[in-house]
Design a protein around this ligand. Structure first.
Ligand code: ADP
Length: 301
């Protein structure tokens, strides 16, 4: 499959602060690629570099989007790209329809063509009944859906979404995931940042886990878990767990909670019952456990 984005040894500084350190990655045509990491990991900086909004104090061996360099050809890249920033920058005094129409002018769409596209997008993002409502009267979820609709006006081949569901309730998150999957089915390549491990797990074909400006590990989320971490986790309040209690599990102490890892569910269950408490958490391992294993930190720290 063709690569839409190719980055090799990308570093970026803000003054003396190193925000990205030697990051390399490739995003292939038609995939959903996720950048997962806690706040401050460098996800937004990396995205802004990819669409040419961040241009200074950058070093790289390779930096190309659609074969173009975003530091020089950002306008050309934006013709093929839809961008959903964290901050929606909608015009709050205008209606949904007016916001879309004004934005369509940036792409130089003729009036008839732009009105047709707006109708398609209002239907796709389920905003038809809100077309004449002013932005300040919309819920957070509606604004986010509108920002996505706006990013799709130019029928982009690449859609870049920066934390698209942060702060939204679970129902809206699922609606947005559903739309993102539909866009992938239509052949759109999608790059998404998130600090929600469930979002990365559910949506992405491949992810990079980032921490403190570095890429730590990359791959298919399910494979990353199965190849790097035991299948099951038992969580025990640390004050309940006595250090002299004999066990052969890999364990990690994390403040109030100690986690025990094993591929043997039955043995973990037996160990759990030995505490004589019935509300201990025994669950499948997830990307959070993986992040913790590689960094010693939690994703939401
Ligand atoms: P993320 O999107 O993963 O939360 P960011 O890319 O926004 O991370 O930020 C990475 C680091 O760079 C953070 O420590 C942040 O404080 C810093 N940073 C981001 N933007 C700027 C800026 N314009 N000037 C100085 N530091 C910045």
């Amino acid at each position: 499959m063709r690569e839409i984005i190719r980055i090799e040894n990308l570093s970026k500084k803000y003054g003396n602060f190193v925000a990205l350190k030697n990051v390399s990655l490739e995003v292939k045509e038609g995939e959903i690629y996720g950048l997962l990491g806690p706040n401050g990991a460098g996800k937004t900086t990396l995205m802004k570099t990819i669409y040419g909004k961040s241009k200074y104090s950058i070093e790289y061996k390779e930096l190309s989007v659609f074969g173009l360099n975003p530091l020089k050809d950002d306008i050309k890249i934006r013709c093929f790209t839809g961008i959903v920033p964290q901050d929606d920058n909608l015009d709050y005094e205008l209606s949904v329809l007016q916001n879309l129409y004004i934005f369509s002018k940036y792409f130089g769409l003729a009036k008839k063509e732009s009105l047709k596209r707006i109708e398609e997008l209002l239907n796709f993002m389920e905003l038809n009944d809100k077309r004449n409502v002013k932005i300040r009267e919309l819920s957070g979820g509606m604004r986010r859906r509108l920002t996505i609709a706006r990013a799709l006006l130019n029928k982009p081949s690449l859609l870049i979404l920066d934390e698209p569901t942060t702060g939204l309730d679970p129902q809206v998150r699922h609606t947005i995931w559903d739309k993102i999957r539909k866009l992938k089915a239509e052949g759109v390549t999608i790059l998404i940042t998130t600090h929600y491990m469930d979002e990365a797990y559910q949506l992405c074909d491949r992810i990079s886990i980032m921490n403190l400006g570095e890429k730590i590990i990359e791959g298919n989320p399910k494979k990353l878990i199965s190849e790097n971490i035991e299948n099951y986790v038992l969580e025990i309040p640390t004050n309940l767990y006595k250090h002299n209690k004999e066990h052969h599990f890999r364990s990690e102490n994390f403040g109030e909670i100690t986690r025990f890892f094993s591929n043997d569910l039955m043995r973990l269950k037996e160990f759990s019952t030995s505490f004589g408490v019935d509300n201990l958490i025994l669950r499948q391992s997830n990307l959070e456990d993986l992040f913790l294993k590689f960094t010693g930190r939690k994703l939401d720290e």
